[in-house]
Design a protein around this ligand. Structure first.
Ligand SMILES: [Zn+2]
Length: 379
């Protein structure tokens, strides 16, 4: 396993390592930028009571008008963020060399994603304000139900985004199909087939995800990953994902996010209640206060992310050892990890504080070390 780490450093090279380190830091910078941007957005919207005036203009006092206001504010925020981050993100991806889209194509797909987000979060925050209005002293249970819906939609939209952004076709490879069927049944899951996601004309990044439909699990796999990996390495990637499924990691992660989101909305509620009388706002029932609520939630999310990240890192180890038990193929684990790391330009040993706060995967070096211990235990 130590040689695997050496191999990663050799394959990345000096330039690759520089990119990987920049990417590791970017997670923290992007996360912090989001807070700064939502603060700036709140300042712009609240200054000269712009938000309040917009709300009056769209009739934010009644139920349907409130929806219009919420959608308008989220749309404005998303356009604003897309403009600020969109171009720099494109440049970053192109500089790294993982992007294969033109600027126009890239902006289009980002904009589509942002529009979808505006609608999803628009409906959510609309419901939140209706809850604040109808039950000023007991809105929490209603908002809790909304959070559950929101998380379900976000969970499904990951899959929908893949379907909307890429062409997908069933895999035509009988021997691989047979191997996958065996793997799924060994893990105790009903097999729903393998689908290839045509990602290679847009990106060089590699990815794989599982989705369930009618009680069967299907594997969606990027063609970039199929191209780069041997069948037994792909099998390991699938086995790792099955490990997450087997212990319901996604459910627990979403539940954790739900609780944190609820705390975030409570903090935001406190802020907008205190803002009453400022910037033309009249309290928690006023949809014009949304920019402030959004800032409260994003600031809280920035601080609180350490909790789900720590949980997920711990679950990654569990999924690794599940996959090692299932495949009994430590060398496929090793080589798959080497490829995932070098293809996606991952820093194998990021600074400890960065990993603790911002990363939802343990460092590759740590995963390799764990697997080594596991292999020794098998002997
Ligand atoms: Zn994982």
């Amino acid at each position: 396993m130590e040689t695997a780490l050496q191999e990663i450093y050799e394959k990345l090279g000096a330039e690759g390592l520089r990119i990987a380190r920049r990417q590791a830091r970017a997670v923290a910078i992007d996360s912090f930028s989001w807070v700064v941007w939502s603060l700036l957005f709140a300042c712009i919207m609240l200054d000269e009571s712009r938000s309040a005036r917009l709300s009056r203009w769209l009739g934010g006092g009644d139920t349907l008008g409130a929806l219009k206001v919420v959608l308008a504010i989220l749309l404005l925020q998303n356009i604003y963020v897309a403009l600020v981050e969109g171009y720099s993100l494109y440049q970053k991806e192109s500089r790294i060399g993982t992007n294969r889209q033109s600027l126009v194509g890239w902006l289009k797909s980002r904009l589509k994603q942002r529009l979808l987000e505006s609608v999803i979060f628009g409906l959510f925050y609309w419901g939140v304000y209706l809850a604040f209005r109808s039950r000023p002293d007991n809105w929490l249970p209603l908002v809790a139900v909304l959070v559950i819906f929101l998380l379900l939609v976000i969970y499904l939209s990951g899959y929908l985004q893949v379907r909307a952004g890429f062409e997908v076709e069933p895999l035509a490879d009988d021997s691989f199909d047979t191997a996958m069927k065996r793997l799924f049944s060994k893990a105790g899951f009903k097999y729903g087939g393998v689908n290839v996601v045509k990602a290679s004309d847009k990106t060089t990044r590699v990815n794989a995800l599982l989705t369930s439909k009618g009680g069967r699990l299907s594997l969606f796999i990027f063609d970039t990953l199929l191209e780069a990996m041997e069948p037994e390495e792909v099998e390991f990637v699938a086995a790792h994902e099955l490990g997450h499924r087997a212990s319901n990691d996604i459910f627990w992660r979403l539940s954790l996010h739900g609780v944190l989101m609820l705390i975030g909305v409570s903090i935001g509620h406190e802020m907008i209640s205190r803002a009453q009388g400022h910037w033309g706002l009249y309290g928690a029932a006023d949809v014009a206060s949304l920019p402030l609520l959004l800032f409260g939630v994003s600031a809280w999310t920035f601080v609180a992310q350490v909790i789900p990240n720590t949980y997920m890192r711990y679950r990654e180890y569990a999924a690794d050892s599940y996959a090692l038990r299932l495949t009994e193929n430590p060398s496929a684990f090793k080589s798959a990890l080497v490829k995932l790391t070098t293809l996606n330009f991952v820093d194998p040993e990021p600074p400890e504080w960065l990993e603790f706060w911002f990363h939802n995967h343990p460092s590759v070096a740590k995963r390799l070390r764990r697997a080594l211990r596991f292999r020794d235990a098998l002997r």
